[in-house]
Structure formats: C-alpha cells, structure tokens
Ligand binder design. Structure first.
Ligand code: APR
Length: 252
C-alpha cells in the first residue's frame, strides 16, 4: 500500500521537510489563491492585487482585501492536515515546516517554528520606514466584501502601513529562505502539500530535494507538473492523506 510505504520511509527519516501551499488550508475554509474569489472580490485577480504597484496605486483597495482575508483566517480553524503535520513534527524532531501561506493555521495546530516564505497577515509594517505595526487586539470587524479600508499611518513617519506579505516581484525574507533552501538540500523526505508548485523561487525547493535524492511525496487532489517526478503522488486532500500517513508512523 503506497501510504504504508511512504509512512515507513517517513518513519525512518532523520530530516523531513513539510512544504505547504494554499491547498493545506483549503479544508479549513480558506479559498486557495487561484480559486475564484466570491462577491465583489471576484472581479479582481489576486495576482494584480498582490503587487507593490497595486498598493501604490490604490492602498485602500489592497489593504481592504488583506483585511478581508485576515478576518476570514481568524474565523476558521486548523484542519486534520495541519494537526497531522504537528504530530509528524513531534515524532521526527528534525522536521522543518515551510509554508507559502500567510495564515497562522500551522502555528495554531501546534507546529513550531513555521517558516513563512511569503510573510504573514499578522505582521504588517510601514511601507516607508519599515517600522513594524501592531494590530489592535480586538478581532477586526469583518469588512463587508469589497470594502475599501484605508491603511493605518505609521506612528514614526506617517507613511501608510502595508501588509506583511511578500508580493509578486519582491524578494523572499532572506533568513527564512536560507533555512528553507538548506533544509530542502539536506532532507531525507520532502513532503509537498497543497501547492501548485508554479511560483518561484519557492517551487524550486522540491527540485533541490529531488536533485539530492530525497524521497518526494506530493499531496494534492489535482494534477501538477510534479506528478510524474515525485516518489509518491497522493491525489487526495491533505486532510485525508496526512492523517493516514501520521497514523502509520506509530509502527506496523
Ligand atoms: N489538499 C491538498 N491540496 C489541495 C487541496 C486540498 N484539500 N485543495 C486544493 N489543493 C491544491 C490545488 O489543487 C492547487 O494545486 O492546492 C493548490 C493550491 O495552489 P495555489 O492556489 O496556486 O497556491 P500556492 O501553490 O500556495 O501558491 C503559491 O502563489 O499566489 C501566490 O503568494 C501566493 O503563496 C502563494 C503562492
């Protein structure tokens, strides 16, 4: 049974990378980035909102979109897949969790540390001087779909605060990227979950792992360009496959 074979390799691994994308949070109710958005936001292509140029042209439109996403993430909960990742981590201490997601669902499921290659919704900062901005503690009232929300002004320099995410055309956080590259190059097993593997440089991590001879495991209900290149291709949701793999970890 492929799940048992994969779980055995996982169980014997010394160093594991779990690399996740938007599909990891889909079963929690967070729409994947490339899914059509609902309501008024359906008119916008996320790829055109998630850019420095979009924020410069219309900061309230972009901030409002991220506030809508932040409210949405606060409403949902980690799913069985997130919890399985945390359990894998507790079985195999040298597990490195790397995500492209800007939500905090891995952390809320118990994973620590989580390396966010594309930043997080939780840590905005000043677009002018880089000063971090702290959100007020109360949970934001969910902006009506499509509402523009003017970004706060920086307390130091009065420039608009921007979302703490990495936009198209921006560099990844150096420290996080360095950890991710090293982990991908050194791992025995690379688990690639819920990502279309099309956005670089993040998508190059599986290439590094495969080139070094790691066992590669893909979990995705849909086809990707890696289907024929991974050691195991599980064509099913993360919330089904990861608990099954975790369940096999305990032994025969
Ligand atoms: N379980 C596993 N995978 C799933 C599930 C699920 N339940 N549901 C959907 N998927 C898969 C989809 O088939 C798709 O291949 O998740 C993938 C999501 O792909 P994208 O929306 O492209 O997300 P991602 O790969 O994370 O995008 C990378 O691109 O848009 C930028 O910065 C953004 O971090 C994002 C990056």
């Amino acid at each position: 049974m492929p799940e048992r074979d994969a779980a055995e390799l996982l169980r014997d691994a010394k160093r594991v990378v779990v690399f996740t994308g938007a599909g990891m949070s889909a079963e929690s109710g967070v729409p994947t980035f490339r899914d059509a958005l609902t309501g008024l936001w359906a008119r916008f292509d996320p790829r055109t909102l998630a850019t420095p140029a979009a924020f410069a042209a219309d900061p309230a439109l972009v901030w409002g979109w991220y506030e809508w996403r932040r409210a949405e993430v606060q409403r949902v909960h980690p799913n069985a897949g997130h919890r399985a990742v945390a359990t894998i981590e507790s079985h195999i201490p040298d597990t490195v969790v790397i995500t492209q997601n800007v939500d905090d669902l891995h952390e809320r499921a118990g994973s620590s540390p989580v390396h966010h290659l594309h930043g997080t919704l939780a840590h905005p900062y000043c677009s002018g001087c880089g000063e971090p901005y702290t959100f007020p503690p109360e949970i934001p009232e969910e902006p009506e779909e499509g509402r523009r929300v003017a970004p706060p002004s920086c307390a130091e320099c009065a420039a608009p605060v921007r979302p703490g995410v990495v936009w198209f055309g921006e560099s990844l956080p150096e420290g996080q990227w360095g950890i991710a590259e090293r982990a991908a190059q050194d791992c025995d097993v690379f688990l690639c979950v819920g990502t279309s593997s099309v956005v670089y440089p993040a998508a190059s991590l599986i290439e590094h792992a495969a080139a070094r001879g790691a066992v590669t495991i893909q979990v995705n209900p849909n086809s990707t360009s890696w289907d024929d290149r991974v050691s195991f291709d599980f064509r099913a949701p993360a919330g089904v496959v990861l608990p099954a793999l975790r369940g096999c970890l305990a032994g025969p």
